[in-house]
Design a protein around this ligand. Sequence first.
Ligand SMILES: Cc1ncc(COP(=O)(O)O)c(C=O)c1O
Length: 410
Amino acid sequence: MSDSANTDKTLTGRWDAALMGNYGTPSLEIVSGSGTRLTDSAGTTYTDLFSGIAVNSLGHAHPAIVGAVTEQVATLGHVSNIYIHPKTVELAERLGAALDVEAPVRAMFCNSGTEANEAAFKIARLTGRSRILAAERGFHGRTMGALSITGQPDKREPFEPMPAGAEFFPYGDIDGLRTVVESGDPRDVAAIVLEPIQGEAGVHTPPEGYLADVRALCDEYGILLVCDEVQTGIGRTGAMFASRHAGIVPDVITLAKGLGGGLPIGAVLGIGAAGELLRPGQHGSTFGGNPIAAAAALAVLDTIAAEHLDYHAYRLGRLMTADIEMLDHPLVTEVRGRGLLIGIALAEPVAAQIVEAARDAGFIVGTAGASVVRIAPPLIVSEDEIAAFLSALPGLLDGAASENTDTNDR
Ligand SMILES: Cc1ncc(COP(=O)(O)O)c(C=O)c1O
């Protein structure tokens, strides 16, 4: 449609006319942010409890990120990986040190979560084995490799045929995983890919001991364990890496979202032999590990360490979970997750209505499927802000419950 044919000149009308339809039409026009506050085009402010889908770990316009990015862009914005840049090296070293393992850790930087998983997929291919096992319901991204290991058939089917090799196993069920591994040649399984907590699928935490059992199964057959920590990593669950809660060390960890605090950066970490598989020319990214994004990521890591934001996330997550459970609301069936990644599971598919009602009450929260409200605030969120949301929550749940009864009665 030409611009003259578009009669709706609002920002939303212009979005509809100028952007492809893959996101639908968002319901809010956000123009600025500061700390945990977001402001829309009408000047209304909201408390952000969703962080742009678990991204803005330090909130909006955090001085550490503004300072680091401003200084870096004024010094050197981009140089590509044909040259060495100190910030890229420092970030790789810092992520390796954060893992705190004896084995050497090597990083490869990219720009998003899906790209990090593409890199992990290619690393798995370089083992020479052909099978890649991924968890049912898991989400790993929208590019073809990451999509092929995403355990949500409705997302894959429109884009088939997928790259070959993916098989799916039931998440949280170690016997089910062993059955899939042993249904073919286990020595042909290159990698087992899973999220330590399944975020997009509805914030599902696996049973105690499960990740350690997966690690042991991988060791038994020489399989790479790939933990997708795109959503759970960088302090969100109360530890730098959620896999560490289970006391395991994966072979490969993928990161993005919270790492850049809002700047686009992804990373794949290879631990031990897995970090040695990519050879010159086998993978790359023009922008990956770009000095500006790396400077932002270093500011995120520094601030999390200096302000103990991982512990803060752990503590507030415990408080929030206990408070929501104590409500004992009939619409809430379970409170799941860890740290500041929380899913409120509902007895009815009314998550979208609750998100809308929360927005009208001044809070931005999200969904994870039709029946789960997802809370993933900036790690700097205060106890008072969480308390304010918790006092509004019973009203939001009551409203959604009665609205649903009305709709069912009609
Ligand atoms: C666990 C996980 N992996 C990968 C992705 C894809 O990340 P991106 O949207 O940055 O490509 C997501 C995004 O939600 C995710 O939650």
